[in-house]
Design a protein around this ligand. Structure first.
Ligand SMILES: O=C1O[C@H](COP(=O)(O)O)[C@@H](O)[C@H](O)[C@H]1O
Length: 243
């Protein structure tokens, strides 16, 4: 585990372009080694922009998307066709356009497929176990203005979850209230964790996440460290960091 690597970009477009290039290079390298890389997707505005950019570049890239395995760092516990689903957003922006193998797409069960978020979390954890997953090549994460990442919110009891891969979240301060999230333990097993943040609204949370001191309780994004952790930021999101 290394210290977080902070990469600053002039604006959101340059940021998204650089993340897309880095992800495509990484997937290509993994496939060249004979691996079938697993990646963890996230939701949110900048993730949507990134997914669209990856789809745009797909025809010119050497990545074989049918040999990429998709997971999500968190999911909203809503019906499968809800616009709130991170998976629906990712499918519309990326997966529907790049020739994936459906057998390699592992969504968190939706609220019209299982009864409780606990069941969804357990089923998702079981799939991760049976697929031998967890060592994602890259897990992408957003950060909320409150410092949350995935669906780990400040002061929420779920921050204490131990010996679990994915857990249910209720009373999320950001709607929708019921969710499923990977735990810190699960996220820490990833080869690379990439936080992607854009806009001034994220500046304070980013500064707290990267400050030498502070608490995970207050800023959950402080609590995730892959073998390698990269913070991809545009200038407004980086504006609270020391120069
Ligand atoms: O609710 C969520 O929010 C975060 C951040 O979203 P953003 O729109 O503020 O960028 C996202 O990373 C997470 O996956 C999602 O469930």
């Amino acid at each position: 585990m290394t210290a977080p690597d902070v990469r600053r970009h002039d604006d959101a477009d340059v940021l998204v372009g650089d993340v897309a290039s880095a992800l495509l290079d990484r997937l290509e390298a993994a496939q060249a080694r004979g691996e079938v890389p697993q990646i963890g997707l996230t939701g949110g505005s900048i993730a949507d922009q990134l997914h669209r950019e990856l789809a745009r570049r797909a025809p010119d890239s050497a990545v074989d998307w049918s040999r990429v395995v998709f997971w999500w760092g968190d999911e909203r516990f809503v019906p499968r066709d809800s616009e709130d689903r991170n998976a629906r957003q990712a499918r519309e922006a990326l997966l529907d356009h790049v020739g994936i193998d459906e057998a390699n797409v592992h969504e968190v069960p939706a609220s019209d497929e299982v009864v409780t978020a606990e069941e969804a979390a357990e089923a998702y954890s079981a799939t991760m176990r049976s697929e031998g997953a967890g060592f994602f090549e890259v897990l992408m994460l957003g950060i909320g203005p409150d410092g949350h990442c995935a669906s780990l919110f400040p002061g929420h009891p779920v921050l204490e979850a131990r010996d679990a891969i994915a857990v249910a979240v209720h009373d999320s301060p950001k709607p929708p209230p019921d969710r499923v999230t990977l735990t810190f333990e699960a996220m820490d097993r990833c080869r690379a964790v990439w936080f992607i943040a854009s806009g001034e609204g994220k500046a304070d949370a980013v500064a707290r996440a990267l400050a030498p001191d502070g608490s995970i309780e207050e800023t959950p994004a402080r609590g995730v460290r892959g073998d390698e952790t990269v913070w991809w930021l545009d200038a407004p999101a980086a504006s609270g960091l020391p120069t």
